[in-house]
Write a protein that binds this ligand. Sequence first.
Ligand SMILES: [Mg+2]
Length: 111
Amino acid sequence: MSDLFLKQNPTLKDLQEYIAKMKIERGFNTTDKVMECFYLMEEVGELVKAVRKSLKNMQIDANKTYNTSVAEEVADVLIFLLNIANLHGVDVEQAFRDKEEINKTRTWKKI
Ligand SMILES: [Mg+2]
């Protein structure tokens, strides 16, 4: 029986706290920062595959069953990304706000 509960309209902090509890409850990695990066990269690959599968006129292996969706893979990527933030003590909302302030000062152009 799980004690995990995610309230409606969670903040990023709520999601980070949920992920921290979930990783402990399920016995997943809570210490190895590099391994978590590998897991994230795996999930990014699965997301790219799901996006590619969702497009028209793309070639995919006719003998394989692809049963993942873009939504599922986005969730997987978020889980590992937030855990990497947790392992580094990063407040994701604050990090986002800080980085966006830097990004706003940049000049963007098309080449
Ligand atoms: Mg996945």
